[in-house]
Design a protein around this ligand. Structure first.
Ligand SMILES: CC(C)(COP(=O)(O)OP(=O)(O)OC[C@H]1O[C@@H](n2cnc3c(N)ncnc32)[C@H](O)[C@@H]1OP(=O)(O)O)[C@@H](O)C(=O)NCCC(=O)NCCS
Length: 183
């Protein structure tokens, strides 16, 4: 049965399916060079990328490849970013976790809160045994988010990315189902 993109509530955040009204917010986020500094692709320079992103956010669940959720603050409804949980190898029950938040929202614990909620949902709904995330070694904030969620630093992928000619290493973080969920 295909996945359904969830709506999840945390203490301060709402994680929900993307809608057409998110077009400007997602374009502003993904075209921000500071936010995308350690991302594995360059910032967007073309507004049509937002339409593709929104369309993919819908089809990825329909095609059972994973889910992508928008993240809003509950108190004022403002958009603070997005998170994704994707299959890596379904037969091995492995998946990937990712997230991007607006610069203005950094430093409030929102990434940990949102990614934790999506992680817990994915472990159950996608029946994952292992979740992994690759982090640019120049991005300690993201590494810290994963550490706070209980991920283990498993190694370094040397020269794993080349973005606009800049070569970078990635840390591989992994988390096993039994390390997060009660037995
Ligand atoms: C990485 C990112 C999601 C963090 O979002 P956030 O909401 O600020 O994260 P949180 O507040 O939940 O946690 C960040 C942690 O990193 C720490 N941190 C922030 N900058 C740091 C730095 N330069 N060095 C070390 N730790 C740092 C914070 O102190 C906090 O840890 P603490 O709670 O122990 O104090 C956000 O910076 C972002 O969207 N970056 C751009 C996209 C990105 O890199 N995505 C991840 C790709 S793998």
């Amino acid at each position: 049965m295909p996945l359904t993109t969830p709506t999840l509530r945390t203490d301060r955040l709402l994680l929900r399916p993307f809608e057409d009204r998110d077009r400007e917010d997602i374009y502003a986020l993904q075209s921000d060079a500071h936010v995308l500094e350690f991302w594995d692709s360059p910032p967007w320079a073309d507004r049509s990328r937002a339409d593709t992103f929104l369309a993919r956010s819908r089809t990825m669940a329909e095609e059972d490849r994973g889910v992508r959720v928008a993240i809003d603050r509950l108190d004022d409804g403002s958009f603070v970013g997005w998170a994704t949980a994707l299959w890596s190898t379904p037969e091995f029950r492995t998946g990937e976790l990712g997230y991007v938040l607006t610069k203005a929202s950094w430093g409030n614990g929102y990434a940990t809160e949102a990614a934790g909620a999506l992680l817990d949902w994915a472990l159950e709904a996608m029946d994952l045994n292992r979740v992994q995330s690759e982090v640019d070694t120049r991005n300690p904030a993201s590494a810290r988010v994963l550490a706070k969620l209980g991920f283990t630093l498993e190694g370094t992928l040397r020269e794993n990315c080349i973005v606009d000619g800049v070569v970078s290493d990635s840390w591989m973080y992994g988390l096993l189902r039994r390390e997060r969920l009660p037995a």
